[in-house]
Design a protein around this ligand. Structure first.
Ligand code: BES
Ligand code: ZN
Ligand code: ZN
Length: 499
């Protein structure tokens, strides 16, 4: 979709009026750009049906031109969160009304709670409209006239500014990369195996010009990654270890390492999932897809930072060769994992990936994983769970979440929880002793593999764990297509550019 800055209302564009409940409509930037008859028509219409939050009308004006009137919350109740939703709602309405070209006024989205600059707002809005104009249709027969997507959004500003034009272009890139990650996540497990995921990373690297290396099973085994090998044993699809490098920062600048869970299908293994919970588990590689496309976005945005992406990719299947409950797996760190439940497989493969991340001497490690159903129970489906011992990182990420609409909310990472994951016959058990606080015990488990290095040194690597299970799929009212939501990409692209 073309997202273009404009200061005139072109003839083929349908103007979208964002109208506050109880607000003065005459002041809208578009009024003076319309013919007098059209203006009067809208005024008369709004007199009869004043704008109400969540109402929308597509009207025909005397000039035969259409206008989309969109009610939003009263001015004092409007927020940047509502502005993001309004942007997505506009595109969703434009898609259902088959409007090829729409025009919006940037000013309309300004809301008191937004802490960033106008450029930051333009960037965020461009991302929102781009992700709202996406639908996963690859496996569906197209309707007679083809799938409908909006072709163009003109963003009107009072004064043309190259900075805002650039911000829109950046936001569009981020939206495109989120959509590419959603495509990978939405692809059925049979078609998105570990090898295919690795190929997708290689393709992304070729397209966006960053280095990608893939380790095969033999190399994974040689590195002593018993966690990855263990989980992969039940599947005929062999594991891969994906390494991506975007090294555009200073030569001596330590990198940030991103680690993404790449379980291309999670049946639960021998602790097999009940059927109602299994059908969405082709999206259990959403953390991995996010890492691939964060690297792509950073590369396309020419971000001058050093960022490494790592994705352990496996399929978790039950079979005669599966790992068993009770197995003791030796990880790359030397620590053993006591497998008490084969469905807690994400943390097992991440244990090896986190250990591998240390070889880069990172200034920060961030892992992104659809790790626990318990995080969904704790937070619902509106924010990803955030774990870190650093108050600064917590504050920064929460604020970036607000500015991108990609929300995160903290849960505790305390040493007390380590009691819950002590192994009996191995060093660390892969599930907690009770069924309570599963998202927290999973985080405590991962922590064991980042806090001590295998060499036993006491270097503390700043670390953030983001459990994106709550935001794995979109929900009603998100104004996003069904399926993968592309969580943590907008959040981390902004965060990494600014940190
Ligand atoms: N991939 C799942 C977690 C998940 C659940 C992601 C729902 C997205 C939506 C993970 O591997 C898993 O199965 N976790 C178990 C852990 C349990 C066995 C301790 C869970 O959450 O039930
Ligand atoms: Zn699982
Ligand atoms: Zn899983």
């Amino acid at each position: 979709m073309k997202i273009a800055l404009a200061n005139i209302l072109s003839k083929d564009a349908v103007p979208v009026f964002l109208l506050h409940e109880g607000g003065a409509t005459r002041k809208h930037q578009f009024f003076k750009l319309l013919a007098k008859d059209d203006r009067n028509h809208i005024t008369a219409f709004l007199k009869k049906s004043p704008p109400k939050a969540d109402c929308s009308h597509l009207i025909f004006m005397p000039s035969k031109r259409e206008a989309l009137l969109l009610g939003v919350a009263a001015k004092d109740k409007f927020s940047h969160r509502k502005a993001f939703l309004a942007a997505r709602r506009i595109v969703s309405l434009a898609r259902s009304e088959k409007l090829k070209h729409i025009a919006v006024s940037l000013d309309g989205f300004l809301a008191p709670g937004f802490l960033g600059t106008t450029e930051a707002l333009a960037e965020a809005l461009a991302t929102q409209v781009e992700i709202a104009n996406f639908e996963f249709v690859k496996y569906k027969t197209a309707p007679q006239w083809g799938w409908f997507f909006v072709d163009q959004i003109s963003v009107l500003v009072k004064k043309h500014s190259p900075q805002i034009a650039q911000a829109l272009a950046r936001g569009k890139i981020i939206g495109e990369e989120i959509n590419s990650a959603r495509t990978i996540s939405n692809t059925p497990g049979g078609d998105m195996t570990p090898i295919k995921l690795a190929e997708a990373a290689v393709r992304a690297g070729e397209n966006c010009k960053f280095k990608v290396s893939i380790l095969n099973e033999k190399e994974i085994r040689r590195l002593g990654m018993g966690g990855i090998i263990g989980v992969s044993r039940g599947s005929t699809e062999r594991p891969r270890f994906i390494i991506m490098e975007h090294l555009k920062g200073g030569k001596n600048e330590k990198p940030v390492v991103l680690v993404g869970k790449g379980v291309t299908f999670d049946t639960g293994g021998l602790n097999i999932k009940e059927d109602e919970h299994m059908s969405e588990m082709h999206m259990d590689m959403s953390g991995g897809a996010a890492v691939i496309h964060i690297l792509s976005a950073l590369s396309r945005l020419k971000t001058k930072k050093n960022v490494i992406g790592i994705v352990p990719a496996v399929e978790n299947m039950p079979s005669g060769s599966s790992y068993h409950p009770g197995d003791l797996l030796k990880t790359m760190s030397g620590k053993t994992i006591e497998v008490l439940n084969t469905d807690a497989e994400g943390r097992v493969i991440l244990a090896d990936a986190l250990e591998y991340s240390k070889k880069y001497k990172p200034r920060l490690v961030v892992d992104i994983a659809t790790l626990t159903g318990a995080a969904v129970v704790a937070l619902g489906q509106r924010a990803s769970a955030l774990f870190t011992t650093s108050e600064d990182l917590e504050r920064a990420l929460r604020s970036t979440g607000e500015q991108t609409g990609d929300f995160v909310w903290p849960l505790p990472l305390w040493e007390e929880y380590e009691e819950d994951i002590k192994g009996t016959f191995g060093d660390v058990a892969n599930i907690g002793k009770t069924r309570y606080g599963g998202a927290v015990t999973a985080a405590a488990f991962l922590w064991q593999f980042i806090k001590d290095s295998s060499a036993g040194s006491d270097i503390v690597i700043p670390w953030v764990h983001i459990d994106i299970a709550p935001r794995m799929t979109s929900i009603e009212g998100d104004y996003l297509a069904k399926g993968a939501a592309g969580a943590a990409i907008a959040l981390l692209v902004k965060f990494l550019r600014e940190s």
